[in-house]
Design a protein around this ligand. Structure first.
Ligand SMILES: CC(C)(COP(=O)(O)OP(=O)(O)OC[C@H]1O[C@@H](n2cnc3c(N)ncnc32)[C@H](O)[C@@H]1OP(=O)(O)O)[C@@H](O)C(=O)NCCC(=O)NCCS
Length: 180
């Protein structure tokens, strides 16, 4: 496998979370592509009150050189017309050696099966490999599921941004991981 392909399709990154019986996780991580956007959009719209638009995903892919968009698909699923269903996706930016996580999303029907954990592990692994030493993100204070996920990885709350979200004026919690 070429180095490039290997980077795109790392089915089981070393140290990634494993299934309950110690078996390799059933998920595969790869870079997101433009063709994925129509499959990602319905998940995005179902998941957020302020979803990213199609143009926003395109911008991340085309115009922001320090942005990394990753997709999780089922490793077991037979590819239908060349594509496995996208179960989740995430985005992070490399900013001065810091991994700024800007999107972590799992399809509603795929939640609570370890996809979020696999995805976050994949984002942090990708960031580490590219030289990031710290990671940060913002999360709605009411988002108990995401906060629990992040805390499990060692993120801690370091600040609040009051009234950060324009749809309901909710506060954002800034979370930080000091050593990636
Ligand atoms: C947050 C989200 C990514 C979690 O994805 P997931 O695939 O369901 O998470 P996992 O199954 O990998 O769970 C990992 C951990 O997250 C936490 N968690 C996930 N869902 C949870 C829930 N509904 N309630 C409480 N904790 C939850 C738990 O600590 C869990 O560990 P456990 O299974 O040992 O209890 C998913 O709920 C999601 O996409 N939400 C909508 C989008 C969103 O809010 N993204 C975050 C933006 S900052």
């Amino acid at each position: 496998m070429s180095a490039r392909r290997e980077e795109r399709e790392r089915s089981m990154p070393e140290g990634a979370p494993r299934g309950s019986a110690g078996a390799p996780a059933a998920y595969r991580l790869r870079l997101m592509r433009k063709e994925d956007i129509p499959f990602v959009m319905p998940i995005e719209v179902l998941s957020y009150s302020l979803p990213w638009t199609e143009a926003a995903f395109e911008r991340e892919l085309d115009d922001i050189p320090f942005s990394r968009l990753l997709a999780v698909e089922s490793a077991a699923e037979k590819k239908d017309a060349g594509r496995a269903a996208i179960l989740g996706y995430g985005c992070w930016w490399m900013v001065k050696g810091e991994c700024h996580i800007t999107n972590v999303t799992v399809a509603p029907e795929a939640r609570r099966k370890g996809v979020g954990r696999f995805l976050l592990w994949g984002i942090l692994d990708d960031a580490r490999r590219r030289g990031a030493t710290e990671a940060t993100l913002e999360v709605r204070v009411s988002n108990a599921a995401a906060i629990a996920l992040y805390e499990n990885f060692g993120f801690t709350s370091v600040a609040m941004r009051e009234g950060y979200y324009p749809d309901n004026g909710e506060d954002a919690m800034v979370m930080w991981m000091a050593s990636l």
